[in-house]
Design a protein around this ligand. Structure first.
Ligand SMILES: Cc1ncc(COP(=O)(O)O)c(C=O)c1O
Length: 458
């Protein structure tokens, strides 16, 4: 990987959802504009805010204030206290409620008490490889039914690095437009050619694949569950395409793992194609309730990635306390199916309630439920849900969703009750009257088969 790409990779790590445009490196140096004023490296900072200000118009102050708010450290329980008031929280991704499970906490505490917080120091290839990391990798590989697994410090690093390192010069990668920014960044950073196809648009994907020689190495890269829409990649059909066009299939199942499939093995299990996925990526920062990421696949690939992917080889090892806690949460994920059952009960009450009230929520099959709106309506509704009903849900805007849309993004957990879901539905119906949410949702839904389909992310 050349220097410029490494630098851009770091930029990508720092900003998973901004759509980063990578310019090819050039030896010529631009000394500024031809006029008197010199261009400055920092100009882009002002330009960024000018663009956001224009985009958000009168909503700028309120919209920006929804980001980087101060939250309590325990932010993932169904009820959280903000400014002394108890709020119903439906905005984090602790889908199975494992982040605060006593066994997970104990597993971390045991390590902290005996070994410290950040230990082991050092990168995995040198001093940072411990029996805990190896145990977690062995257990993950068994869970994923792959030859091996690698544990990364971030899901983002696992995905970006894998796509960037696996797709070389003369090779191709085909990415769903709604795939998480970390996959797209990997595609932008790789030395091969990258193509994006419309969200779940298999015809467009097949057109792109058809134009690529059969013997040219290629990767199809998708999310198992799309984090903004909650719908699934049709893995069964993607497996057919990968066979037909001799591609490798990489699935980032950050949002599906622990949630989907009879045993919680995620979107591949749900579709019955676990053994057909070439590379499985994921994060521990959602249903595992801890921190870090992973890649599972053939040992041959892992032995390569672990020497060439900067996000693995050039960084300190995941702390032992997190590693040990993740071993425990992986065990609980498999031994507590009742958590999955409760989560799905909650999702059913929530989705049935919203649909009965007339909302179009698309076709979510993962644990994310989104109400699409045109313009900034979601922002007003989210604000009112908090001030009037003491309910915290997420407002998501461009560039995480297409320009001109915003969504109310709801992520329930297994710790919620169905009564809490009903309270949420009632509150959404109530704020809809003041904010025009239902009409805005309808306007958004009139666009194609889904409000967000066929719109460019940039
Ligand atoms: C689909 C998907 N992949 C990867 C990531 C990144 O994972 P991590 O937070 O572990 O870096 C996320 C996080 O939002 C995600 O939603």
């Amino acid at each position: 990987m050349d220097f410029c790409k490494k630098v851009a990779l770091c930029a990508g790590f720092a900003n998973s959802f901004a759509v980063i445009k990578l310019e090819k490196c050039s030896m010529s140096i631009d000394r500024g504009t031809s006029g008197n004023s010199m261009a400055d490296l920092y100009d882009k900072c002002d330009k960024f805010w000018d663009r956001i200000r224009k985009l958000m118009g009168e909503h700028f102050e309120v919209g920006v204030a929804t980001f980087f708010r101060e939250f309590p450290v325990v932010n993932c329980l169904p009820e959280v206290v903000i400014n002394g008031e108890t709020h119903l929280q439906v905005a984090t991704n602790d889908y199975l409620g494992l982040a605060t499970h006593p066994d997970v906490v104990r597993a971390a505490t045991e390590v902290v008490e005996t070994a410290g917080v950040g230990t082991p120091l050092g990168a995995r290839p040198l001093t940072g490889n411990t029996s805990m990391h190896l145990e977690l990798e062995a257990k993950l590989a068994a869970f994923r039914r792959t030859e091996g697994a690698l544990v990364f410090n971030l899901g983002l690093g696992a995905m970006t690095g894998t796509v960037a390192c696996m797709v070389d010069r003369g090779e191709k990668v085909f990415v769903d437009k709604y795939a998480h920014g970390c996959i797209s960044d990997g595609a932008k950073l790789c030395k091969g050619e990258a193509y994006w196809f419309g969200h779940n648009d298999l015809e467009e994907l097949e057109d792109q694949l058809r134009k690529c020689p059969l013997d040219q190495p290629k990767m199809i890269a998708v999310d198992g569950v799309y984090g903004m829409t909650g719908d699934l990649a049709p893995l069964d059909k993607l497996v057919e395409l990968k066979h037909k066009y001799k591609a490798r299939l990489f699935v980032d199942d950050a949002h599906g793992t622990g949630i989907l499939g009879e045993h919680g093995r995620g979107t591949p299990e749900f579709f019955g194609v676990e053994d057909e996925i070439d590379l499985h990526g994921g994060t521990f920062a959602k249903s595992f309730g801890t921190f870090g990421g992973y890649l599972c696949g053939p040992q041959k690939v892992l032995d390569y990635i672990k020497f060439v992917s900067p996000g693995f080889v050039l960084t300190k090892a995941l702390p032992g306390c997190i590693t040990n806690a993740t071993i425990k949460s992986l065990e609980l994920m498999q031994s507590m199916p009742e958590r999955r059952v409760q989560l799905w009960k909650n999702l059913t009450v929530l989705r049935d309630g919203l649909s009965a009230a007339g909302f179009n929520i698309g076709e979510p099959q993962g644990a994310v439920t989104s109400i699409f709106t045109r313009g900034m309506t979601a922002l007003a509704a989210v604000k009112l849900l908090e001030t009037k009903h003491k309910i915290i849900v997420n407002n998501v805007m461009y560039p995480a969703v297409p320009y001109g849309t915003s969504i109310i993004r709801i992520t329930a957990s297994a710790l919620h009750t169905t009564d809490q879901m009903q309270r949420l539905v009632d509150a959404i119906v109530d704020v809809s009257q003041e904010t025009g949410l239902l009409a805005s949702n309808e306007a958004a839904s009139l666009k194609a088969n889904s409000p967000m389909l066929n719109e460019e992310l940039s």
